[in-house]
Design a protein around this ligand. Structure first.
Ligand SMILES: Cc1ncc(COP(=O)(O)O)c(C=O)c1O
Length: 364
């Protein structure tokens, strides 16, 4: 049986007619950068998320950078975040010469543990940056309450969670600024790099729009130091072709997750989604002690797997200067050694899911 991890090929074949037509229209117009489709996409993203402003940009990484720059984060400012994430989260903080201050995660959701945040707050703390890992928002009520108490900003790294909800609001519509990634394998992906920044704050929205184009407010007039952070029109056109199907895809991902959970929850630790939240199911991630063995056995049965993430950020070479050491964040370190993500996409068939479940059961 052939099983794809994200199955971008079948996704393209499914939406081919509309994607091809949209691409052809761009080629005919030759309007490749920040064309009309980018504006339309931003409108559609606002409609979908409920956020007042959506600003499309060049990647999920640049979305984080734009968010931090919009808040005028300065060298020496501290941003509290999780070490159990993709590098971009801490990297963009460090790129601005601000300091990522790591706080450990909850063992069940893998998200920032709100109970540990207050102890990490100092006079230099400017913001809290939770990550909605694998697709599920963090405990945003608790995090927002701490932010309000200490007058801190909240930036949500929602790269993996477009379409997820917390208390029925999308996680693009929470915090001061929320970001996402349209990397091809993300829940809503384009066919190159892309991302977006969301906010309900008009001042941030205006500034981010300028920062995205080198801080330019009028041709050749640069109000801010910005970045080349535009989304190209072709990527917007692909996203516009896919967005109408996205709600159905989210439901299908949920069905896949439910089928996995019913087959596996009695033999190993399956994902925990809290009652007031929904996940966009960027990943379906299991927890096993003998991970290498399981990964090998699944590979022998043509089942691809991935490890998100094998090394937490505080133990990365690039962050050595922060002087963290082994055992500083035991929950994250344990998770790094035990997590394994299995194929997740809305096109998996019942037969494929049953096959994957049976091979895991056989090889645990
Ligand atoms: C948690 C997290 N943050 C940020 C990013 C960066 O997104 P991009 O690859 O679009 O730059 C990713 C992408 O994998 C991510 O998973």
């Amino acid at each position: 049986m052939k099983i794809d991890f994200a199955n971008l090929q079948l996704q393209y074949q499914t939406y081919k007619e509309k994607i091809d037509a949209n691409l052809q229209a761009i080629l005919n117009k030759s309007n490749y950068i920040l064309g009309e489709e980018v504006n339309i996409l931003e409108q559609e993203l606002q409609n979908f998320t409920g956020a007042k402003y959506a600003i499309a940009c060049s990647s999920g990484t640049d979305a984080l950078l734009l968010a931090l720059m919009a808040m005028d984060i300065q060298p020496g400012d501290e941003i509290i975040t999780t070490p159990f994430t993709w590098i971009s989260t801490g990297e963009m903080i460090a790129l601005l010469k601000a300091t990522p201050v790591f706080v450990d995660i909850e063992p069940d959701t893998y998200n920032l543990d709100a109970n540990l945040i207050e102890a990490a707050i100092t006079k230099k703390t400017k913001a809290i940056m939770p990550v909605s890992l694998y697709g599920q928002p963090a405990d945003m009520d608790a995090i927002q309450a701490i932010a309000d108490k200490y007058n801190l900003k909240v930036i949500i790294d929602g790269a993996q969670s477009f379409g997820s909800t917390f208390n029925k609001k999308t996680d693009s519509n929470l915090g001061d600024i929320s970001t996402t990634s349209f990397f091809p394998s993300k829940p809503l992906g384009c066919y190159g790099d892309g991302g977006a920044v969301f906010t309900n704050n008009e001042d941030y929205a205006k500034k981010i729009k300028l920062l995205r184009v080198h801080g330019q407010n009028k041709r050749y007039h640069h109000q801010y130091i910005g970045i080349g952070g535009r989304l190209d029109t072709i990527q917007a056109a692909i996203l516009l072709a896919k967005l109408p199907h996205f709600s159905k895809e989210l439901k299908d991902r949920q069905k896949v997750a439910d089928q996995y959970t019913s087959g596996l929850s009695n033999i190993l630790q399956t994902p925990v989604i809290k009652p007031n939240r929904s996940s966009a199911w960027a990943q379906y991630t299991l927890r096993v002690k003998n991970r290498d063995n399981l990964q090998l056995k699944l590979k022998e049965n043509s089942i691809p797997t991935s490890i998100f993430y094998p090394i937490p950020l505080h133990l990365q070479q690039c962050f050595q200067y922060l002087k963290y050491k082994q055992n500083d964040f035991p929950i994250s370190e344990k998770a790094s050694n035990e997590v394994i993500s299995i194929p997740m996409n809305p096109f998996l068939t019942n037969e494929q899911i049953d096959y994957i479940v049976s091979k895991i059961q056989e090889n645990l």
